[in-house]
Write a protein that binds this ligand. Sequence first.
Ligand SMILES: [Zn+2]
Length: 422
Amino acid sequence: MAEIRVFPLSCAVQNYSWGKVGLESEVAKLLSSGDPLVQIEPDRPYAELWMGAHPRGDAIIRDNRIPQKTLGQWIADNPACLGTKVKDTFQGQLPFLFKVLSVDTALSIQAHPNKELAAKLHAQFPEHYPDANHKPEMAIALTPFEGLCGFRPVEEIVSFLQNVPELRALIGEVAAEQLERSGSDDPRGVSAALRVCFTRLMKSEKKFFVDQLNMLVKRISQEEEGKDTSGSNGELLLRLHSQYPGDIGCFTIYFLNLVKLEPGEAMFLGANEPHAYLRGDCVECMACSDNTVRAGLTPKFIDVLTLCEMLNYTPAPSSSKIFPAVQSQLDPNVYVYDPPVPDFAIMRIEIPASIKLYLISAIDSASILLVIQGTAVGTSTAAASEMSLCRGSVLFISANESISLHLSSPDGMLLFRACCLL
Ligand SMILES: [Zn+2]
């Protein structure tokens, strides 16, 4: 029998409290569809599905002819599966972690350090920064998805400073006026003024900002029913405050873009980009790391000084935060999201109903394939036997192996494939 180099995986679930509960969660839906034996508990949050070899959620191999139990163990024994370039560049490790996220309540305001800062933070505070690696990440919406990302254009921030006196009180008159006066002909001056304003907000005294936040919430709640509160971003403020009462992170909505993604649209979070996921379901891919600097909307360790110090204070419109997918020239059914980092890329594969036989092509990288929609029987010279694929199925594909899909569903298939394009 030929060596088995393509096989199905059972993936690890993380039940973080911010996840959608029961079968409202895309994570839970994919789990129960991919494996009918999985019991979904109706009141339990199903926040993340981890498709990879991370030690805290190493995928289980679902092929009992393979002696190793987990993907991490198998890769350690078969590093050639990564592909030569990936193996050499990333020291024999799978460089990415592929995930599905189902977000019900907001995740913390955060940013991820670049490689240099990540190494420094890890050396200084290993208990808070458990990895030395950077952590670029990309989210692609599966359902309408909302997040905060990057600093808003200055005109928008200035407009909030004028419409929201509680915010202005926290920033202080001097800093607010400095930002108002900063001209678009002087981008360094704008960034400097923005840094001062944001840092003043994040470092304000707890009692002071809780009072201002309560006043703001009361004022918006009392404003006439049906009245437009967009000048103070009222709807979002009340929602975040109900999730994280008295949290300074609620005020960050006045500085950061609200980005709304439709299914298939993506957001890339490079180093030092402030962000927070607010709600919706997405697939996410990231470099294998756990290096996150947080500063609000979280009960976890927060490090305001480091965050304010490291951020990229370049204002840009919300629309500029949507990361484009490029249709493959080799295969019009494939759209590639290729971020400006070497660690990972994602392909969205949309197989139309008219195609009954489709080839998942060989690439020079190990990859992980997730079925979002449709059914097929998969065959590969590197698989032990036929694999029946349906919504929620996850496959590991070694470098330079291909799979033929014999489609059995009437309306085509939707797949996501994480890989490393060096
Ligand atoms: Zn993040």
